[in-house]
Structure formats: C-alpha cells, structure tokens
Design a binder for this molecule. Structure first.
Ligand SMILES: NC(=O)c1ccc[n+]([C@@H]2O[C@H](COP(=O)([O-])OP(=O)(O)OC[C@H]3O[C@@H](n4cnc5c(N)ncnc54)[C@H](OP(=O)(O)O)[C@@H]3O)[C@@H](O)[C@H]2O)c1
Length: 215
C-alpha cells in the first residue's frame, strides 16, 4: 500500500519504519522535503521511502496518516489538496506539546474531538487511531495482541477496516469503538497514556490492554 505520512517527527518516522518492514511504500508529506532532517530520515529508511511537499505526497497515498502537533493539524490537512475517497488516519492528540501543555491536558473534548474537527474541514474518510500509546510502544515489534488493545473509530466502515489491517499488522488487538464521535473517548485515553508516562512516573514502555473475563 502507498501510505502518505504527514509529519516527519516521532510518530511519523516510527510508524514509517514499521510499515516499511511490512512491505508498504511510504511518502512523507513535509513542510520541507529538502531539509537536512528529512534527508537524514530518508537515508535511514531505504528506497521505499520518499518525501514530498504536502499536496504532492497526499496525491500519492492510498492512506494518509496525520502525525503533526494539534496546533498544526487543521492547517496541515487543509494544505493536502483534494482528499475525496482517501482514508485519513488521525493520530493527533489535541494538546500543546510542552510540559505545561501536558499538565493542562486536552484542548478539545466532551462535545467534540480533534478527529471530528479535522473531518469537518476535509472531504476524506477520517479514522482515529495510533493516538493511545507512545512511540516507544509503536517502535516495538515484540508487542503482541495479548499485550495491547488498540482502539479505532470512524464513520466509514471500509476505511476503518483498512486502518484495522494496518494496526493488526503491528500485532495489536484492534477494537472497533464505533463512529468517529467516539474519538471523544479515544483522545482522553491518549491523554491518560501521556499523563501516566510523563506525570506519574510510569515511563514510556507500557500500553493498554483489554481482558475478556470468562463467563
Ligand atoms: N509522540 C508520541 O509518542 C505520540 C503518540 C501518539 C500520538 N501522538 C500525536 O501525534 C502527533 C505527532 O506527534 P510527534 O510526537 O510525532 O510530534 P513531533 O515529533 O513534534 O513531529 C511532528 C511533525 O509534524 C510536522 N509539523 C507540521 N507543522 C508543524 C508545526 N507547526 N510545528 C511542529 N511540527 C510541525 C513536522 O514535520 P515536518 O517538519 O516534516 O513538516 C514535525 O516533525 C501529535 O498530535 C501527538 O499528540 C504522539
């Protein structure tokens, strides 16, 4: 599959490595494809990874992963050009990405979500995923479905199935939470992970699981 990843930071580069290892092609959408940072990233990823401007990268992707800070999310998706029919995975958590921001918590919630706000400005099939564990977890190929339940939601069932597949490839137990509105639940779950990691001393090597008890 051709996967466009918007953002060449921690989430973008980590999931790129995992999906490249599974045979996908990665096209980064970046503000500056010629920057040293992007050149260094590509040098470590091999021939199936490339970087382009935002709209050009978006044109090439069957699926687009949005992995930018919340403050840049709406501008970034609006710079991707026409997205009709494309699957857009929203991995953002609507927080300010600094220590004060972590303490303040989510900037959107209860009556809306980052995913719904993104969906309201683009004509794409938006699915929320990959926001509930940090990149240390995403990077690990020894995480299995008995360890990590990964929650996804979205209004388009076929789009959601594609994203379920991309998460199952990482060996997560994927749980469909319903429509995109349920991002109002998944973003607080991401915030819980961040809180436990950065403010409660649990470090970055943990993830959430879901246990079905015997009847
Ligand atoms: N870090 C985690 O463990 C984690 C886990 C789950 C979800 N998330 C969420 O995923 C998103 C990305 O997180 P991240 O940790 O990958 O962030 P990051 O390391 O800071 O990378 C974000 C990337 O977004 C791009 N970008 C576009 N506009 C930007 C702007 N105005 N300011 C800064 N960067 C901008 C940059 O790529 P270019 O310079 O190439 O454009 C940058 O490398 C966030 O919404 C975060 O809440 C993070």
């Amino acid at each position: 599959m051709n996967i466009t990843i918007v953002g060449t930071g921690r989430v973008g580069s980590t999931l790129a490595k995992r999906w490249l290892a599974n045979g996908h092609r990665i096209i980064f959408g970046t503000r500056d494809p010629d920057s040293e940072k992007v050149r260094d990233l590509l040098a470590g990823l091999g021939p199936d990874a490339s970087a382009k401007g935002l709209a050009e990268a978006a044109r090439e992707g069957d699926v687009i992963l949005l992995a930018v800070p919340w403050e840049a999310a709406i501008d970034s998706v609006c710079s991707l050009g026409p997205l009709k029919g494309k699957v857009l995975i929203d991995a953002t958590n609507p927080i300010e990405m600094n220590f004060d921001g972590l303490q303040r918590g989510l900037l959107v919630g209860h009556t809306s979500s980052a995913a719904e706000q993104i969906a309201s400005v683009v004509d794409a099939r938006v699915v929320k995923a990959f926001n509930q564990a940090g990149t240390d977890v995403m990077a690990r190929s020894d995480v299995s479905e008995s360890m990590h339940a990964h929650f996804v939601c979205g209004d388009d069932e076929k789009a959601k199935q594609i994203v379920v597949g991309l998460a199952e490839e990482l060996k997560y137990r994927v749980v469909d939470v319903g429509g995109l509105r349920q991002a109002r639940l998944l973003e607080p779950l991401g915030m819980l992970w961040i809180h436990l990691c950065f403010l409660r001393g649990h470090g970055a090597n943990f993830c959430f699981n879901m246990t079905n008890l015997p009847k």
